[in-house]
Write a protein that binds this ligand. Structure first.
Ligand SMILES: CC(C)(COP(=O)(O)OP(=O)(O)OC[C@H]1O[C@@H](n2cnc3c(N)ncnc32)[C@H](O)[C@@H]1OP(=O)(O)O)[C@@H](O)C(=O)NCCC(=O)NCCS
Length: 164
C-alpha cells in the first residue's frame, strides 16, 4: 500500500528521476532510447524543464517512486498550447495508482501554464501505458508504422491526445 505525495521536483530529485528513467530504458517498453543516461544528462534535462514545463515527483515514505513531466511539443508559436508528456514509475511500484495520481496532477499544472492539450507517443505493446492513458481519457489519434528502430527492429508508435 503506497502513501502518495505528489509535488514539484527539485534539482535534488534528479538522481531518483534518473534511476527510474533508466529502468524504463532497460525494460524496452517505454522509449526508443537504448543507452542508459547519466547524472549530467538528467541535470541538463531538468534545467530545460523550467517555467511552463513542469516536472512532478511522487513520493512514498520520503522516497521518490515515480515522476512525470510536461515537455515541449514544438517550438512553433502556433503550438504553444500543446505539451508532450513523459511518465515513469519505479518497477516495484507500477500498477498501484502512482501513474494515475501523477497524470492528474500534471493536467492541473498544464492548465495553470495555459496548455490546452497534451499529446503523447507510446508503444502499442506497452500494456501499462495503454491502461493508464485509456483510464485518464486519452484518445488514440493514430499509429505511425515502423516509426523507429530499437535493437535492430522496427517499432510502431501510437499517438494519443487529451484536450484539457
Ligand atoms: C506505464 C506506467 C507509467 C503506468 O503507471 P502505473 O502507476 O503503473 O499505472 P496505474 O497503476 O495508475 O494504472 C492505471 C490504469 O492502467 C491499468 N494498468 C496498469 N498497469 C497495467 C498493465 N501492466 N496491464 C494492463 N493494465 C494496466 C490499471 O489497471 C489502471 O486502471 P484501473 O485503475 O482502472 O485499474 C508504468 O507502468 C511505468 O512506469 N511503466 C514503465 C515506463 C513507461 O512505460 N512509461 C510510459 C511511456 S509511454
Amino acid at each position: 500500500m503506497v502513501t502518495l505525495t505528489v509535488r514539484q521536483a527539485t534539482l535534488e530529485d534528479t538522481d531518483s528521476i534518473l534511476r527510474i528513467y533508466n529502468q524504463g530504458i532497460e525494460d524496452r517498453i517505454a522509449t526508443l532510447e537504448t543507452e542508459t543516461k547519466d547524472s549530467s544528462y538528467m541535470e541538463a534535462w531538468f534545467h530545460d524543464h523550467q517555467g511552463r514545463f513542469s516536472v512532478l515527483v511522487a513520493e512514498n515514505e520520503g522516497e521518490v517512486i515515480g515522476w512525470a513531466s510536461l515537455n515541449p511539443y514544438s517550438h512553433r508559436c502556433a503550438y504553444k498550447g500543446v505539451a508532450d508528456l513523459s511518465v515513469y514509475i519505479d518497477r516495484d511500484f507500477r500498477g498501484q495508482g502512482v501513474g494515475s495520481s501523477l497524470l492528474e496532477a500534471l493536467e492541473i499544472a498544464a492548465k495553470e501554464h495555459e496548455f490546452y492539450k497534451i499529446v503523447l507517443f507510446t508503444f502499442p505493446f506497452n500494456q501499462g501505458g495503454q491502461g493508464l492513458y485509456q483510464k485518464m481519457g486519452y484518445r488514440q489519434v493514430g499509429l505511425f508504422e515502423k516509426q523507429g528502430v530499437m535493437d535492430g527492429e522496427f517499432i510502431d508508435v501510437m499517438i494519443m491526445e487529451k484536450l484539457l
